[in-house]
Design a protein. Structure first.
Length: 257
């Protein structure tokens, strides 16, 4: 099974090299990386081109933001399945894509766990996101899958459509909700850490971003799940994040890769 990975970037010279190296280190051979650059004016493109690998394709042109760039990737990918790897994130092990491909043999959508770190050198853990199994009504109870671990077969991508640019910060949530609630979609949880996510992006900055994303997630549930103006997930979703932090703080040692 060919796995396509989309990395969108803009002025990502400080981190893109580690991301691409992480992709190339994957032991799953049938793979491709699409780097969708928004017209960077730093060394991002030079770094991307320095790898000169046959499994990497690069597109660089102005876009309307990260979700618009992701949509470009969805139109261009050539694999049997596709997922996203942020330009400041890396795979947690060289076997991540192998686990993903194995999971997709009997599923249409797979996802796994996520480790949120301050940086990829010290691997100091900020939050451990143990996603757990997807169940019916999961989104109505505040659950969501970690988007950097989410991979879907081509047929699911076609049925789901594009990332909705009407969402500024939660279009990934809306996309996964629409995909995972498709009739007949087979969803499988991979119970291992697949990606190390470096904190500091637009969705992990501060309480204002947390409030905005919660409001946008509610808007998605109202549009696609017929949620009321204020539903249970609006309270439970941030509570789940706090519980993940509490479990981490309560541990005597952090997991370091």
């Amino acid at each position: 099974m060919k796995i396509s990975v989309i990395t969108v970037c803009y002025n990502s010279a400080a981190t893109l090299g580690d991301t691409v190296s992480s992709f190339l280190a994957q032991d799953h051979a049938d793979k491709e990386l699409l780097i969708i650059d928004g017209g960077s004016n730093d060394a991002t493109l030079a770094i991307a081109r320095s790898f000169a690998a046959a499994k990497i394709r690069i597109v660089s042109e102005p876009d309307l933001g990260p979700y618009d760039a992701m949509n470009k990737g969805l139109r261009l990918f050539g694999g049997d399945a596709v997922g996203m790897l942020n330009s400041d994130d890396i795979y947690a092990s060289p076997h991540a894509l192998t686990a993903i491909a194995r999971g997709l043999e009997a599923a249409d959508i797979v996802y796994g766990d996520l480790r949120m770190v301050t940086d990829h050198s010290t691997k100091t853990v900020v939050r451990m996101w143990r996603a757990g199994r997807y169940r019916r009504f999961a989104y109505q109870t505040g659950w969501m899958a970690p988007h950097p671990t989410f991979y879907a077969r081509r047929e699911i991508v076609a049925r789901t459509g594009s990332f909705d640019l009407g969402y500024r910060i939660a279009s990934d949530y809306d996309y996964m909700l629409r995909a995972m609630t498709l009739p007949g979609a087979r969803v499988r949880y991979i119970p291992e850490i697949l990606v190390d996510f470096q904190v500091g992006g637009i969705s992990s900055r501060d309480w204002r971003a947390a409030m905005q994303i919660n409001l946008e997630c509610l808007r998605s549930r109202r549009a696609h799940l017929r949620a009321p103006p204020l539903d249970l997930a609006f309270v439970l979703r941030p509570l789940r994040r706090l519980l993940q932090l509490r479990r981490l703080i309560g541990r005597t040692t952090f997991w370091r890769g």
